[in-house]
Ligand binder design. Structure first.
Ligand code: PRT
Ligand code: ZN
Length: 223
């Protein structure tokens, strides 16, 4: 019996629809039961694991799933965090995908004077990405404090919790609506297809090797 290839995708969020659409366009069909964590492909020996996006890098790095589709922002943040605590943090990056595009930026309240990054010295920056933020600050010789939040980052300055934010931006409307001005892009991201670093069975690897040119074809057709 062929072993089933497992792919982790975001259950519900900004990457879900396009992740499924990509697989579909590659001929890998699923019928999704919203309540279920696992979906079995009806066309291939492939199982989908539908989880929070934050869990996807770890599942791949721990070899729990074979492939994952996740934003590079989350991937790099989790990698840095796992490296810091000594957990396995290896993976293979198979493809950069053409969806999920966004940037991680530092923004300050409109009325805050800001000329250069070093104006943030000694300030508090609210973010969901403490590792990416601190790496950037360190590289630029700035010492600011992380205020770690898992959500509602954009309201932190108004609530008096922080002097600045470091948040994902796509159109900029959210920053604008919260009286914040984007000052510095610290990371640019799109969705990535990643593979666990373990050697997979010949069956699984063959399936991946078949999938990749199809993904390239689908992406090329969209250009
Ligand atoms: O439940 P789960 O943990 O899986 O989902 P989530 O809420 O953590 O993530 P989700 O679905 O919001 O985003 C998943 C991924 O989509 C992110 O990790 C990014 O890689 C990518 N992505 C692309 C974005 C955006 N664009 C984006 N604009 N993720 C979030 N945003 C948010 C941003 O945080 C801010 O609140 O949208 C708001 C800003 O949007 P604009 O258009 O107003 O600038
Ligand atoms: Zn998340």
């Amino acid at each position: 019996m062929t072993e089933r290839l497992t792919i982790a995708i975001q259950k519900s969020g900004r990457l879900s629809k396009e992740s499924l659409a990509l697989l579909n366009a590659c001929g890998v069909k699923f019928s999704i039961n919203e309540a279920r964590l696992i979906a079995h492909s009806t066309s291939h020996p492939i199982d989908l694991l539908r989880v929070r996006d934050d869990d996807i890098p770890g599942l791949v790095m721990d070899g729990v799933v074979d492939l994952g589709l996740v934003g590079e922002n989350v991937l790099e943040e989790v990698r840095l965090e796992r490296e810091a605590v000594g957990d396995a943090a290896d993976y293979k990056n198979l493809r950069a995908l053409d969806f999920g595009g966004c940037r991680l930026s530092i923004a300050v309240p409109r009325e805050t004077p800001f000329n250069k990054l070093s104006d943030l010295n000694g300030k508090r920056i609210a973010s969901t990405y403490p590792y990416l933020l601190q790496r950037y600050l360190k590289e630029n010789g700035v010492a600011a404090k992380n205020v770690n939040l898992t959500g509602s980052v954009e309201v932190a300055p108004r609530a008096g919790l922080a002097d600045a934010v470091c948040d994902l931006v796509s159109t900029g409307a959210t920053l604008e609506a919260n009286g914040l001005e984007e000052k510095e892009v610290i990371f640019r991201s799109t969705a990535q297809l990643i593979q666990c670093n373990d050697t997979l069975s010949a069956d699984k690897q063959a399936m991946i090797d078949q999938l990749l040119p199809r993904i390239d074809g689908v992406q090329l057709a969209k250009e």
